[in-house]
Design a protein around this ligand. Structure first.
Ligand code: AMP
Ligand code: GLY
Length: 422
C-alpha cells in the first residue's frame, strides 16, 4: 500500500519508522516531513504546511495514495480526514466533527458534564468582565484559565492570584494572543495529583488503550519554567497501576467513546487522555484528538503489533478483531531543544553527533525540527530531536537515552536531566 503521513515532527518520525516495519507498506510519503524523516521516507513537498489541505489531498490523489495518516491537531480540526475521504482515500484520524474533542474546550467540557465523565469543575465565558467577576467572587487560587480553541499547547494558564488571572484573561480575550481561539474561555478548578497520559486506539466503538506515559511539560529541571510542547516522556507511567487503569476504563475511556458516538461524532483514530490522579479518583484535564508528541516516541517504542494493521482496523471499524501487544519493560524519550524555547530561539545551527541510520548507541533519534544543508543537519525549530531508548527497566531506558543524547551537540542545545524522576 502507498501511504502518506501528514506532519513533520518527532511524532511523525516515530510513526513513519513504525509504518516502515509493516510488510504491507509500499511507498511511504511524508508531508512536509523533516530532514530526519527524509532519510527514511519520501518527503516530496517540504514546502507545504500541514494545513495546506487542498494541495496535500491533491498530491495524494495524483500519487495513488491508498491510506493516509493525519497526525497533527490543526489539519484534523480543519477536517483533513473528511477531505481525504471525499476523494475515496481512507485516512487514520478523527473527522472534523470528532476532532472537536480537542478543537474546542467548551465542547469537550460540555461533553464531560453531560455524560458524567470526571473532570475539573468549570465555567465557560464569552464576556471578559464576567469571567473576571466569577474569579474574584470565588476567590480560590490557583485557578486554571484555558482558551477554547487550539493554541500550540500554550493556551493554559495556571494563575496564582487575581492579578495574574486577569492578565491571562485579557491577553486571551482582549489582546487575542491566540486569535479566535481565545474568543471564549474556560475557567476551571485546579486539580492536584500525578499526571498521566493515556493514548488509545479507537474505532468509534471499541477502545484499546496503549501503554501509559508521563510527559514533562515544563521547560526546565525541577518542573520549572514555562510550559512547552513536552520535554521528555517515560512509558509506562509508574503511577498508573492496573487498578487505576481499570477504573479509568470504566469511568472515563468507555464513557467517552459512548458519549462521542451518541453525539453522532464517533471517534476514530488515536484519542489522547490527559489525566490527573486526584485523591477523588482519576479526572480528565484534556482530550487531544491525536498521538501526543513526544508521548508517541516512547509509547510506540513499546508497541509489538504491526501499526499499519492497527490503523487499518481502526478505519475499518474492526478493532475488536485484533489483539494489540506490548513489549515488557519501559521506554524513555528525552527532547533536545533550542536555547530560548519555548520563547524566542535561533535556528540554523549545525548538529553534530548524529549517525546516518538514525540510531545512537542503541537509542533511536527522532528528528523534530531539522533541515538538511550541504554539510549535514541543522536546527530548524524549538524542539530539535528526541532520543528514545527502550529497555527492560525504566532506569536502563533512561540511562541509555541520556548516554546517547550526551553525544549530540548544537549551539544553544538544552535538555532536561530529570526526566522520569517524579
Ligand atoms: P494543556 O496545554 O491542556 O496540555 O495543559 C498544560 C498543563 O496544564 C497540563 O499538563 C497540566 O499540568 C496543567 N493543567 C491543565 N488543566 C489543569 C487543571 N485543571 N488542574 C491542574 N493542572 C492543570
Ligand atoms: N505532549 C503533549 C501533547 O502532545 O499535547
Amino acid at each position: 500500500m502507498n501511504i502518506l503521513v501528514v506532519g513533520g515532527g518527532g511524532r511523525e518520525h516515530a510513526l513513519v519508522r513504525k509504518l516502515l516495519q509493516s510488510e504491507k507498506t509500499g511507498k511511504l510519503y511524508c508531508i512536509p516531513g523533516n530532514a530526519g524523516i527524509a532519510n527514511e521516507a519520501i518527503c516530496p513537498r517540504s514546502d507545504l504546511k500541514t494545513t495546506d489541505m487542498k494541495q496535500i489531498v491533491a498530491f495524494a490523489v495524483e500519487n495513488k495514495i491508498d491510506f493516509a495518516v493525519v497526525a497533527p491537531d490543526d489539519p484534523l480540526v480543519l477536517g483533513m480526514v473528511d477531505a481525504f475521504q471525499e476523494k475515496g482515500i481512507p485516512a487514520f484520524g478523527p473527522n472534523k466533527l470528532a476532532a472537536a474533542i480537542e478543537g474546542s474546550k467548551v465542547f469537550s467540557k460540555g461533553l464531560m458534564k453531560k455524560y458524567g465523565i470526571p473532570t475539573a469543575k468549570y465555567n465557560a465565558f464569552t464576556d471578559m468582565r464576567e469571567a473576571e467577576r466569577h474569579i474574584r467572587d470565588s476567590g480560590t487560587y490557583p485557578v486554571v484559565i484555558k482558551a477554547d480553541g487550539l493554541a500550540l499547547g500554550k493556551g493554559v494558564v495556571i494563575a496564582e492570584d487575581f492579578t495574574s488571572a486577569k492578565a491571562a484573561i485579557r491577553s486571551m480575550m482582549e489582546e487575542k494572543i491566540f486569535g479566535e481561539s481565545g474568543s471564549e474561555i474556560v475557567v476551571e478548578e485546579f486539580l492536584e495529583g500525578p499526571e498521566v497520559t493515556v493514548l488509545a486506539f479507537c474505532d468509534g466503538k471499541t477502545i484499546v488503550p496503549m501503554a501509559s506515559s508521563m510527559d514533562h511539560k515544563r521547560a526546565f529541571d525541577g518542573n520549572l519554567g514555562p510550559n512547552t510542547g513536552g520535554m521528555g516522556v517515560i512509558a509506562p507511567n509508574p503511577h498508573y497501576t492496573p487498578e487505576i487503569a481499570n477504573l479509568c476504563m470504566k469511568t472515563i475511556f468507555l464513557p467517552t467513546v459512548e458519549a462521542m458516538s451518541r453525539e453522532n461524532r464517533p471517534f476514530k483514530g488515536c484519542l489522547y487522555f490527559g489525566l490527573i490522579l486526584t485523591p477523588d479518583g482519576p479526572k480528565v484535564i484534556e482530550y487531544n484528538c491525536r498521538f501526543g508528541d513526544p508521548e508517541a516516541q516512547a509509547v510506540l517504542a513499546l508497541l509489538d503489533t504491526d501499526l499499519l494493521e492497527i490503523m487499518l482496523a481502526v478505519t475499518g471499524e474492526k478493532l475488536n478483531t485484533l489483539t494489540v501487544k506490548w513489549k515488557d519493560g519501559a521506554a524513555a524519550c528525552i527532547v533536545a531543544a533550542s536555547g530560548g524555547y519555548p520563547g524566542k530561539y535561533r535556528v540554523g545551527h549545525a548538529i553534530s553527533g548524529l549517525k546516518p541510520d538514525g540510531q545512537l548507541d542503541g537509542a533511536l533519534v527522532h528528528h523534530a525540527g531539522t533541515k538538511h544543508t550541504g554539510d549535514g543537519f541543522v536546527t530548524s525549530a524549538g524542539r530539535v530531536l528526541g532520543v528514545t531508548a527502550q529497555a527492560k527497566t525504566l532506569q536502563e531506558a533512561l540511562d541509555e537515552a541520556y548516554k546517547a543524547i550526551g553525544k549530540i551537540r548544537f549551539e544553544g542545545m538544552f535538555y532536561r536531566t530529570d526526566i522520569g524522576k517524579y
